[in-house]
Design a protein around this ligand. Sequence first.
Ligand SMILES: Nc1ncnc2c1ncn2[C@@H]1O[C@H](COP(=O)(O)OP(=O)(O)OP(=O)(O)O)[C@@H](O)[C@H]1O
Ligand SMILES: [Mg+2]
Length: 308
Amino acid sequence: MQDILVVADLSKTYATGFSALKNIHLAIRKGEIFALLGPNGAGKTTLISIICGIVNPSAGTVRVDGHDIIRDYRAARSLIGLVPQELTTDAFETVWGTVSFSRGLFGRAPNPGHLERVLKALSLWDKKDNKIITLSGGMKRRLMIAKALSHEPQILFLDEPTAGVDVVLRHDMWELVRSLRDTGVTIILTTHYIDEAEEMADRIGVIHKGEIILVDEKSELMRKLGRKQLVLQLQQPLRQLPAALSAYALELSANGCELTYTYDTQSERIGITALLDDLGDTGILFKDLHTTESSLEDIFVSLVRDDR
Ligand SMILES: Nc1ncnc2c1ncn2[C@@H]1O[C@H](COP(=O)(O)OP(=O)(O)OP(=O)(O)O)[C@@H](O)[C@H]1O
Ligand SMILES: [Mg+2]
């Protein structure tokens, strides 16, 4: 698939001397939903701000559909819509005024039909003449999305789109993001809600302390790094694990009633069958069993866990 955004060798050192991004390489494919995950302060907003021309890079290049973000600023910027992490709107402007003005900023000819479609898609049409100050928090956030879509961008950045948004509205937003992708818009989002990435993303990038530590298809990531556990409830408590079972990664609960077998998802079958056979041979009987699977959240936490 064609890359619509290519970040190469990108670094950022802020005036304070703080190195927020280190040698970032990232290629985003046209039409994908890419989730950028990372703990607070990892550099997500810095990266997005550089791509959108709000923060200057210290080194490296960014190309948006072939346009260099510095040499060819206007062309690059016109392809991008940004919904920033912090809400910034003029309280006394109307909804319609805001989206029309925003489109004009990009030098696009007026297109009331497009703006109407965007406002309707975001359930803001009936508020079009309202002043922003009269909108609820969730409506303001949706207005930020409408603003970002006003100039018909090819790439939409959503920096924490659902922070402070209620559960129902979050699901509506997920729907909206998917429908935007279906119209061909490439979407890059940051989120602290891992279920959001798990639900929506085609690919996931993890950034940690200014470095991209992993980029992969979501499904691959969960397959490769996902772990499963088989938990067996024993009929009789065990005092210790028989030596015959020492080859397995087994854990016996403190009360001796539960055996937990942890295995990676790739070699699941072989391990389980052999384990159950060996358990039978040693005469250990169980009365119940269940399996659990790690979520993207478990994977993420294990990747970025450190001495912070
Ligand atoms: N203008 C600035 N001057 C100096 N340091 C900055 C500036 N802006 C950001 N930083 C630092 O750069 C690092 C990355 O910040 P950034 O906002 O990119 O993180 P983030 O991944 O978006 O975090 P969050 O999840 O909290 O939004 C942080 O340590 C932050 O303190
Ligand atoms: Mg941020």
